[in-house]
Design a protein around this ligand. Structure first.
Ligand SMILES: C[S@@+](CC[C@H](N)C(=O)[O-])C[C@H]1O[C@@H](n2cnc3c(N)ncnc32)[C@H](O)[C@@H]1O
Length: 210
C-alpha cells in the first residue's frame, strides 16, 4: 500500500490508467488478466443491465483502474449503492481516491458474501464483473460464481461479465460459461463490442437456479 499522505485523486483518463494497468500486468499477468483497461464503450454496454432499477445495490468485482466503475457511476447518477471489490491494493487505493462515492474493498471477490454482510448488505440487484475468469483456475471460478449466485437477488437480480473474443474458445472460458449455466437459468451473450482492446462479448445472466 502507498504510505504517502497525498489524498488528491490520481491522474486518470484512459492512457494514464493504461500505464498503471500495463505495469500491474507485467508484475502479475495472471491476476491482472488484461494488458489494457476496458473502454468506455464496453463499460456502457455492461452498465445497461442497470436499466430499470430505481436505486440498485451494485457489487462490482475486479474494478482495476475504474473503467467499469465510471460506467456504473454514470448509470447510477447518484442513486443506489455501489460496492467494489478489488484484490490489488494499489488499484483499490487509487479507486477509493477517484470515486469517493464508491465503497471500495481491498479483498477477494471469492469472499463477496462475507464482505457484503459486513457492510449490512443482503442481496444485491446487480453484480458487474471485470474479473479475468478465463485466467482463473477452476477452484477460483467456482468459488466466485458460488458467491455471485448467493449474493444476487434470485428473481430480479442480474450478473454481467465479459469474455474477450480471442479467448472465447479457450477451455477455461468454456468451463466458465458451463459453470455459469449451472447457476443461472437465463444467459445472453452479446455480439462483440468492437470498440474495446481486445473486442469482447458481454455475458448477462439472470434467474439464479435455486
Ligand atoms: C481484466 S482486469 C479488469 C479491470 C477493469 N474492471 C476493467 O475492465 O478495465 C481484472 C481485475 O480483477 C482484479 N482481480 C483479480 N482477481 C481478483 C479477485 N480474486 N478478487 C477481486 N479482484 C480481482 C485484478 O486485480 C484486476 O484489477
Amino acid at each position: 500500500m502507498n504510505t504517502s499522505t497525498d489524498t488528491r485523486p490520481p491522474r486518470s483518463g484512459y492512457w494514464a490508467d493504461a500505464g498503471v494497468f500495463l505495469w500491474s500486468w507485467l508484475r502479475s499477468p495472471g491476476k491482472t488478466g488484461a494488458v489494457l483497461p476496458s473502454s468506455s464503450y464496453l463499460a456502457a454496454a455492461m452498465s445497461e443491465v442497470l436499466t430499470g432499477y430505481e436505486k440498485p445495490t451494485v457489487a462490482e468485482l475486479g474494478p482495476g483502474t475504474g473503467a467499469l466503475t465510471a460506467g456504473i457511476q454514470q448509470r447510477l447518477a447518484g442513486n443506489g449503492r455501489h460496492v467494489a471489490v478489488e484484490l490489488n491494493g494499489e488499484f483499490a487505493e487509487r479507486l477509493a481516491l477517484r470515486f469517493p462515492q464508491v465503497e471500495v474493498v481491498n479483498d477477494s471477490a471469492a469472499d463477496l458474501v462475507r464482505l457484503l454482510t459486513e457492510r449490512g448488505v443482503g442481496k444485491v440487484d446487480a453484480v458487474v464483473s471485470g474479473l479475468p475468469f478465463a485466467a482463473f483456475p477452476v477452484g477460483l471460478q467456482t468459488a466466485v460464481l458460488d458467491a455471485v449466485a448467493a449474493a444476487v437477488c434470485p428473481d430480479g437480480g442480474v450478473f454481467t461479465t465479459f469474455n474477450y473474443v480471442g479467448a472465447y474458445s479457450m477451455p477455461a472460458a468454456k468451463r466458465f460459461r458451463a459453470l455459469l449455466a449451472e447457476r443461472f437459468a437465463e444467459i445472453t451473450i452479446s455480439r462483440p463490442v468492437m470498440r474495446n482492446l481486445p473486442p469482447a462479448h458481454v455475458l448477462t445472466a439472470r434467474r439464479v437456479r435455486v
